[in-house]
Design a protein around this ligand. Sequence first.
Ligand code: ADP
Length: 491
Amino acid sequence: MIDQSILVLDEGTTSTRAILFAQDGALRGAKQAQLTQHYPRSGWVEHDANEIWERTLACARAMVDKAGGAARVAAIGITNQRETVVAWDKNTGEPLSRAIVWQDRRTADFCRRLKDAGHEAEVRARTGLLLDPYFSGTKMRWLLDHDGAVKAAADAGTLAFGTVESWLVWKLTGGEQHISDASNASRTLLLPLDASGWDQELCELLGVPMETLPRVTDCAGELAVTDPGLLGGAIPICGMAGDQQAATIGQGCLTPGETKATYGTGAFVLSNTGTQVPWSDNRLLGTVLYQLAGERHYAIEGAVFVAGSLIKYLRDTLGLIATAAESEDLARSIPDNGGVVVVPALSGLGAPHWRPEARGIISGLGFDTGRAHIARASLEAMAHQTRDLASGFAADGCQWTGLRIDGGMAVNDWMAQDIADILGQSVTRPDFVETTALGAAMLAAVGSGLKTELREAADTMIGATKVFSPAMNEEARQQRLSRWEAALKKV
Ligand code: ADP
């Protein structure tokens, strides 16, 4: 048997990448292209859907060549920035407008009106989400209300809506398939967590015609087949998941309680909650982690707004450090934080505090406070924010059983150890940090039958990890926790 590869298309917010994996998870190649960010107004963020497609295709072609041709690629897996909406015409296959990106806040007024009309409790109960511009359904409605071409296509019955995986599959199949996997579909506000397809009432509430939406599929299986003309031969598309879900799978969080945190600009935390539909009393999100053979596995999701962006702020705005990595050297250069606490509420406090009006503070300054103390306290804030999330998850009945970390900030060993110390739980970091792409490769491996199930994919494809075990003495830990609580009260 020839040694076929798995091709992953990882469509992020700032770049699109094609990544080639061997069946044991080893990296065989990667090709990346930047995506143009359009900011037409304050709070608006747009992408050019044709640019996404063309650059993704170019990267994919490079990796198919690297694999030795289409016959050497067993399957494609797709993972993507979630909640970004593309509108296109089913007849022409052309985008009707710019894509509205997940960060875009233009539907804030619409969300407020729905909330004021008392709809949030029901929407939360059914979808696990909040009435927030973040989610894709309100963006679809905005396009119908404000874009003439989108409205005209809706009237003519040729409008297709989709998130980015849906758009890519449409293009990759030459317009044959209009599908969205359940993990992406669960971010629209239109899919009840426990229903197999879109909900008529939710579609009516948001004003999105159901016939414009893709068919909801599993996250693995023979989901579609590429147009043979595009990549030099037909290749099956066998795995799809939103980026945070894919990272959770790529971290091997396949048992309830297993949790991953991605520390990038902000931090995204997802905990596997198994096959029970999750419910949060702490305004955490309930979401589909993956769907296989029609069966859903769920996750609770929480986010910290400020993570790596705090280190960037120390570097670029305050000029306290020259490089992000210097934060680690400074933290190690002193025995403790000298009483300094940083609460990084630079853009409000997210879960589980939910105080959008909050602003950051540095407390405990004295003449003996140096930049090392502030750098150390900034890294310490990551452990505290993570622990607060863990408490919120626990209050919702989801006890973490260890934490797996990734993202650009997770290279910081000092921070990883501090998180373990403050959580009182082991923290695991894979040597191979591209967990999002690996998760999509694992889904594609299962979907194509290369692996029998996700557990086998995890056991055979996830490589070596480094474990940080809690080592702080309890007195020091309690002091840290009480100082953090005191500082939070001042925010
Ligand atoms: P994103 O995907 O959100 O753009 P990344 O995962 O690339 O972010 O992570 C980059 C962030 O990590 C930056 O905000 C940077 O400040 C931070 N970072 C990078 N290296 C370190 C380090 N050694 N210690 C602390 N923070 C770091």
